[in-house]
Design a protein around this ligand. Structure first.
Ligand code: SF4
Length: 395
């Protein structure tokens, strides 16, 4: 075993499945997804079995995340088939296994199968409890379906439930956002994710904004929404551990923490991204092309990049600073040994950010963005890359 392989074998491994089917696209969504045509789901399942057969994991898989798309569009039987195909390749069950579900797809038979397979965590795409906000987002579920879905999930004794919420929706006021937060907290999930709406190019929402039919929030308004969550959720027992993520003690999402910590993850399914065995890459974003590659025994991957200590160091800094724990700079240097990095420009950046009240620097060089700093984390990331004069691909 070479040095790099030894280092990789010690790095926690996660597995991501992309299930690319949605009944209809939401108006804000830029993920790869498609409406399933006759036979698509069967072809997808066969493809996943083929893709899994290409990999032999030489270490245990710690966490699993099934996202999409809408995993819940698969029938209970198909969910079982996919889960069993995956577990066959593991030496032991993962300690955390999340499945994303859209409220309209939650049915008792599917949740029973997921629980029996060993799924530990359900992430429910609520986005908002207000019908008019769901309408603006183009979501295809109702408020009643959210409550019904939670009842079904709870009935199967799932103890780890996440609710996804979106803020900065056009026509959403701060008071409306607070109502969504209050309603989420009243449901007592273990985890709440809050995402700032972005207008991704070519989505229906983006087109409406281009035509002047809707408008986004200003930076100041976005900051007010963010601050409202950062104030309300911790006051109600949900600690913030990353810009968009809050949890009850002990319920932070380990899969995501491993990703932000630049561990390893192996992605399966069209458009799934991987960072595995020293490489970063993504599967092609097309069901047909992905299947064609697998049928020829040549998986079609894009954006393949050899990971260097410098790339991993930069990305650990950037993603680590998005967490409330921050980064232990000496430990990071020790871990990656990024010999080609000149630390002087970075030290100047830390000093400038500290003077602006955006960063706290402890005497032993632990860095942590302040609340004000978290608001401009994307700008800080751009500054870091400029100082490093290197632009690793965003994972
Ligand atoms: S359900 Fe999820 S993946 Fe599908 S269109 Fe909506 S946001 Fe995108």
């Amino acid at each position: 075993m070479g040095l790099q392989e030894k280092a990789d074998a010690q790095t926690p491994l996660g597995v991501y499945f992309h299930i690319p089917f949605c009944a209809r696209p939401c108006d804000f969504c830029a993920f790869y997804q498609k409406e399933p045509r006759r036979g698509d789901i069967e072809r997808y399942l066969e493809g996943m079995e083929k893709e899994l057969a290409l990999v032999s994991f030489d270490q245990s898989v710690e966490t699993v995340f099934w996202g999409g798309g809408t995993p819940g569009l698969l029938s209970a039987r198909d969910l079982r088939r996919l889960g069993k195909a995956m577990l066959q390749h593991f030496s032991s069950p993962p300690s955390e296994w999340t499945v994303e579900m859209a409220p309209s797809t939650v049915k008792a038979d599917k949740i029973t199968i997921l629980r029996d397979l060993g799924v530990t965590r359900i992430s429910l795409g609520v986005q908002s409890f207000r019908p008019e906000m769901l309408e603006i987002l183009g979501r295809s579920h109702s408020r009643e379906q959210i409550y019904r879905a939670i009842e079904i999930i709870r009935h199967q004794d799932f103890e780890n439930l996440n609710l996804d919420l979106i803020f900065s929706i056009p026509e959403q006021s701060l008071a409306m956002w607070l109502c969504d937060l209050e309603e989420a907290v009243a449901l007592a999930p273990q985890h709440i994710s809050t995402y700032n709406l972005t207008f991704e190019e070519d989505t229906a929402l983006w087109l409406r904004r281009e035509k002047g039919q809707t408008k986004g929030k200003t930076e100041t308004e976005e900051a007010a929404f963010f601050e409202k969550s950062a104030e309300f959720l911790p006051a109600n027992g949900y600690g913030q551990y990353e810009i968009s993520n809050y949890s009850r003690p002990g319920f932070a999402c380990r899969h995501n923490l491993n990703t932000w910590n630049m561990s390893q993850w192996a992605g399966f399914g069209p458009s799934a991204a991987s960072q595995y065995q020293g490489w970063r890459y993504a599967n092609v974003s097309s069901l047909d092309q992905w299947l064609a590659g697998l049928n020829e025994g040549k998986p079609q991957q894009v954006d393949r990049q050899l990971l260097t200590p410098e790339i991993l160091f930069a990305d650990s800094l950037i993603f680590g600073l998005r967490t409330n724990r921050g980064v232990d700079l000496p430990a990071l240097r020790d871990r990656f040994k990024p010999d080609k990095v000149d630390f002087l420009p970075l030290d100047e950046l830390w000093e400038a950010l500290r003077e602006e009240g955006l960063l706290e620097v402890s005497p032993n060089q632990c860095l942590r963005l302040t609340n004000k700093g978290l608001l401009v984390a994307d700008g800080v990331a751009a500054d870091i890359l400029t100082k490093l004069d290197e632009k690793p691909a965003v994972c």
